[in-house]
Design a protein. Sequence first.
Length: 119
Amino acid sequence: QVQLVESGGGLVQPGGSLRLSCAASGFTFSSYDMSWYRQAPGKERELVALITTAGSRINYADSVKGRFTISRDNAKNTVYLQMSSLKPEDTAVYYCNALIRWPKMHDYWGQGTQVTVSS
């Protein structure tokens, strides 16, 4: 059974930090590109950060560059998102995604974790 379980969300003050984790099971984690997406109320889901299978390529949304860091531990089947200098506009539900393109493209989603940045 495929599972992506996010954790680490919560309420934080502006300027604060949080570390999200996504624990994967039921598939070959090291073969999948891993991403973090977020969706704020009334907005479309957007890509926040992506890391390829061995971590050789990392991409960030312009809005989080220099503040967020994505990493992965293939031995622990876990991907992380370290978030610093948080802003109220970072408030959203954050989702973990696992994507593979070959031999057949498909992906998996986690259930999401709420991040609220507010004083």
